[in-house]
Design a protein around this ligand. Structure first.
Ligand code: SAM
Length: 356
C-alpha cells in the first residue's frame, strides 16, 4: 500500500472547494473508508458533563461569555458529578468529559484536581477535561491526579481572526497550551469552528493542516452558529448558503488526519436537526458524545441556539445514541477509547498505549 498522502495547502483548498477531482459524495465515501480502516466501526462513547457555565472570558461568539447577563451561572457539586459518572458506566460509556467556561482560580483548579482523583479512584472511566487555557504546571498537576485527556480547540488557525474573536487570548497562547499538553503526555484534542465570519478557503485548509502538524490525538470541529446574545449574533456563518461545506471540512479533516479520534459534534445536529451527527458519523467522525449534563442546567449552557436534546435526561441521551448507532450498523466501542497514535504516555487505570 502506498504511504499516507502528504496533503499540501493548494490540494486541500481544491478539496474543500469541491472543484477538482472529487465530488462531495466521493469525498464522503473516501473519508468513511479511511475512518473504517483506521478507527474501526466501533464508536467510543464519551459522556459530556457541562459542569459550570462560569466564564471569565468574553469570546465574541460564545453564549456563555462573561458579559452575557441573560443566563444564570452555575457550578455542579462534585457529588452530583460523581453520581453522573457512575450512571455513565452503566450506559456503556468509558470516558467522562468535564467541560466548563474558563474561570481559572487557584482554589478552583485544586478542587478540579481532587475531583479528577476521585473519579479515577471511584470509577473506571477515562477522564477528559476541557476548561480552557491554563499554565503548564496546572495541566501537569491534573495529569498527576489522573487526567487522561484534554480538549482545547484552537478555533481558527488565522491569528488575526483569532485576535478579533478573543479579547482575552491570542492564538499563540492557545497553541502554547496545546504544546504543553502534548509535551506532558496528555492525550490532546484541538480543533476549530467551520464557517466563522472572516474565514476563507485557505483558513479552512490551514485549520486542517494545523491539526496534522500538531499531531493531535483528537480533533473537534463543528459549524459556527450565531448566538443572539453575543456581539456576533447578526453575523452569518460563511457557509450559510451551502451548509454541506461543514461536512466537506469534516471529511477532509479525516483524510488528512486518519488516526485521530473525531467526534460527531452537537453543532452538526443544531444545523441539521435529528440527522447531523448521524451524517457526521458516516463522513469521517468516529466518536459520539452523549450529554450527561442535568436537564435543568442545559438551557444555561447554550453556547449557540438550537443545541439538541435540551429536555432529554442523560439516560434518554444514552438510549438515543444506541438507536442512532444501530441504525448506522455501528457498535459501541467497549475499550477506553484512548488515542490510536503510537508512543503517547497515558495515565490512570485501564490505560493503554497510543498504539493499542
Ligand atoms: N472554555 C473551554 C474552552 O474555551 O476551551 C471549553 C468550553 S467552550 C464554550 C467549548 C467550545 O464551544 C469552544 O471551543 C467553541 O469552539 C464552541 N463554541 C462556542 N460558541 C460557539 C458557537 N456560537 N457556535 C459553535 N461553537 C461554539
Amino acid at each position: 500500500m502506498a504511504g499516507p498522502q502528504r496533503w499540501t495547502r493548494p490540494e486541500l483548498m481544491e478539496l474543500l472547494d469541491i472543484r477538482g477531482g472529487l465530488s462531495r459524495q466521493e469525498l464522503y465515501d473516501r473519508a468513511d473508508a479511511v475512518r473504517r480502516e483506521r478507527m474501526g466501526d466501533a464508536v467510543p462513547l464519551r459522556g459530556i458533563v457541562e459542569f459550570s457555565n462560569i466564564c471569565a472570558n468574553d469570546c465574541l461568539y460564545c453564549g456563555i461569555r462573561a458579559t452575557n447577563a441573560n443566563i444564570p451561572r452555575y457550578r455542579l457539586d462534585d457529588a452530583v458529578i460523581l453520581d453522573l459518572a457512575r450512571g455513565m458506566e452503566g450506559q456503556g460509556q468509558t470516558t467522562i468529559v468535564l467541560q466548563s467556561g474558563e474561570a481559572p482560580s487557584r482554589d478552583g483548579d485544586a478542587a478540579l484536581g481532587r475531583l479528577v482523583s476521585r473519579l479515577k479512584a471511584e470509577t473506571r472511566l477515562a477522564v477528559t477535561l476541557s476548561v480552557g487555557n491554563r499554565p503548564r504546571e496546572v495541566y501537569a498537576h491534573w495529569r498527576d491526579c489522573g487526567m487522561d485527556r484534554y480538549l482545547l480547540r484552537f478555533e481558527t488557525s488565522d491569528p488575526a481572526l483569532f485576535a478579533r474573536l478573543h479579547p482575552d487570548c491570542t492564538l499563540s497562547q492557545r497553541l502554547r497550551c496545546l504544546g504543553d499538553l502534548l509535551d506532558l503526555g496528555v492525550q490532546t484534542g484541538g480543533g476549530f469552528m467551520t464557517g466563522l465570519p472572516g474565514e476563507t478557503l485557505s483558513t479552512g485548509a490551514d485549520n486542517i493542516l494545523l491539526c496534522r502538524d500538531l499531531d493531535l490525538d483528537m480533533i473537534g470541529l463543528g459549524p459556527y452558529i450565531p448566538h443572539p446574545d453575543t456581539p456576533m449574533g447578526q453575523s452569518q456563518n460563511v457557509h450559510v448558503l451551502d451548509p454541506e461545506r461543514h461536512f466537506v471540512a469534516l471529511a477532509a479533516t479525516r483524510l488528512v488526519n486518519p488516526d485521530a479520534h473525531i467526534p460527531a459534534t452537537t453543532a452538526f445536529d443544531a444545523l441539521f436537526p435529528g440527522t447531523g451527527r448521524n451524517l457526521a458519523l458516516t463522513r469521517g467522525a468516529n466518536v459520539f458524545m452523549p450529554s450527561a449534563t442535568p436537564v435543568a442546567r442545559r438551557p444555561e449552557y447554550q453556547l449557540y441556539p438550537g443545541k439538541p436534546c435540551l429536555d432529554e435526561t442523560g439516560e434518554a441521551c444514552a438510549r438515543c445514541v444506541l438507536g442512532r448507532l444501530a441504525a448506522l450498523g455501528r457498535q459501541v466501542d467497549q475499550g477506553p477509547g484512548h488515542s490510536r497514535k503510537p508512543g503517547r504516555a497515558v495515565s490512570g487505570e485501564g490505560a493503554v498505549g497510543r498504539g493499542n
